[in-house]
Write a protein that binds this ligand. Structure first.
Ligand code: TYC
Length: 104
């Protein structure tokens, strides 16, 4: 049996594909309106987005002044649940507060 030629130049130059993908994140964005009270928005940010009171107040004021503000970034399913919870709480309390999901 002839000996096999030494294998040269066969280095794998491509980086192997990562097996575990990082989950895509989605931002939950809160929208301003003229009727929801500031106090209620702060409460929502504390209860739904687990923000400490000073940060909840800061985010609420940002939304009030700029029209929108990011509450956090989550996997799609969690972001969807947070948006639903915001809308349910708002409806129960007679406020038109809205939140949306944004990719990235
Ligand atoms: N603009 C509202 C007001 O003046 C307060 C407010 C803030 C409402 C943030 C919604 O997402 C909101 N009462």
């Amino acid at each position: 049996m002839p000996r096999e030629k030494p294998q040269t130049g066969g280095e794998v130059l491509e980086k192997p594909k990562e097996k575990t993908k990082r989950p895509e994140m989605f931002k939950v964005v809160l929208l301003n309106d003229d009727y929801t009270t500031m106090e209620f928005v702060v409460l929502v940010l504390q209860q739904v987005f687990n923000k400490p009171e000073p940060e909840a107040y800061r985010i609420m004021m940002k939304v009030h002044v700029e029209g929108r503000g990011v509450c956090g970034a989550y996997t799609y399913e969690i972001a969807e649940t947070k948006v639903s919870t915001v809308h349910e709480m708002a409806e129960e309390n007679g406020f038109p507060l809205r939140a949306t999901i944004e990719e990235g």
